[in-house]
Design a protein around this ligand. Structure first.
Ligand code: COA
Length: 318
């Protein structure tokens, strides 16, 4: 089985990969690829840094043919000091034919200790992980909270003296936000590495709305200083779906200099009020299962666990 390994995909191949991901989403009930991977698939060769070690691995039915169809895909994210991580998706009509195995082997040739995400931890992913003796090394909880008319009321936002709330301004706030985000997520493998180009990619997305990107500033300084933020995200509902979109608590961060003042709770509540004002039925968020402080904060605000993503790694003996 031939596997194309590329640092950037031709637009047609990228579009085919995304349609395989859509088919898998309908089949499995969960999206197989992260937002970052979907953005990487859409990047033109000229937009990919020449030293990038991220790779797209593609299995097609007729290699080299103009009308070849994508059967399976994997994305390798190089880890900058961390173990590399990957996602694998096989077209639902072409499963149990060894494509997942071939992609895992190819990923391991590029990065022997590669870790593989399973979004939603489906039965197929569990069986696949068991077959290759992969162990769960990280759990990412999805938590949800209703916001509709019957939902428990949201507390009011209360800010300490001298702090104020406003929306993100494109062209003005990027560098301050990147600095606070990097400081707040210094130990976080993905969020702490967000670059200006990643931020601009998201600002260009159709879902981006500065009114839902809230900043808390400390006006006690000579120049107002960004202390905390809550970026919310509202994606359009899936085409043809009768379910309205949920709002997402996309990222909440507090500058370490300002931690312990209640700004995380205030920022979270401000964003939830915004999502409620947008008439969304519920809010969801992702949080690392071992981040006890964050899980406790969200639980107090009415969130409950609704799904689980896991990261698999080779077991110790492999
Ligand atoms: C998980 C996934 C990648 C497997 O891809 P695949 O091409 O069907 O896997 P393979 O054919 O290489 O299967 C290898 C072995 O894994 C196990 N396996 C895979 N899917 C299975 C299933 N649905 N039920 C039971 N065992 C399964 C079997 O042991 C299989 O060997 P066998 O077919 O000889 O019995 C595919 O189901 C998928 O794309 N799922 C959605 C995305 C996802 O969950 N990715 C995370 C992977 S950790």
């Amino acid at each position: 089985m031939e596997i194309l390994t590329e640092s950037a995909l031709e637009p047609k191949v990228g579009a085919d990969v995304l349609s395989v991901a859509v088919r898998a989403t309908t089949f499995d009930g969960v999206k197989p690829l992260s937002e970052q991977t979907v953005l990487d698939i859409g990047r033109m060769p000229a937009e990919v840094a020449s030293d990038s070690q991220n790779r797209h691995l593609v299995v097609v039915d007729q290699p080299g043919e103009i009308n070849a169809s994508v059967l399976a895909y994997a994305h390798l994210e190089h880890g900058d000091g961390e173990a590399a991580s990957a996602e694998i998706v096989v077209h639902p009509d072409h499963r149990r034919q060894g494509h997942g195995t071939a992609l895992l082997n190819a990923l391991r040739e590029l990065s022997p200790q590669v870790r593989v995400w399973s979004h939603g931890q489906t039965d197929a992913a569990k069986a696949f992980a068991e077959r290759f003796d992969l162990q769960v090394v990280r759990e990412l909880f999805q938590m949800s909270r209703p916001l509709g008319p019957d939902a428990p009321p949201l507390a009011e936002v209360s800010l300490p003296e001298g702090f104020s709330l406003r929306s993100f301004e494109v062209g003005r706030d990027e560098q301050h936000w990147l600095a606070v985000n990097a400081a707040a997520f210094v130990d976080h493998p993905e969020q702490g590495r967000v670059t200006l180009s990643d931020l601009k990619d998201r600002i260009s997305e159709p879902w981006f709305d500065p009114h839902g990107f809230l900043l808390i500033e400390d006006a006690n300084q000579s120049a107002a200083r960004l202390a905390a933020f809550h970026w919310t995200k509202v994606e359009a509902a899936e085409p043809g779906s009768s379910q309205p979109a949920d709002g997402e608590v996309y990222v909440v961060g507090v500058d370490p200099d300002y931690q312990g003042l209640g700004l995380g709770k205030a920022a979270t509540l401000a964003g939830l009020h915004h999502l409620q004002a947008c008439r969304l039925p519920a809010a969801t968020l992702y949080v690392d299962g071992d981040n006890g402080a964050a899980v406790a904060t969200y639980t107090k605000l009415g969130f409950e666990r609704s799904a689980l993503d896991v990261m698999y790694a080779p077991s110790a003996g492999q």
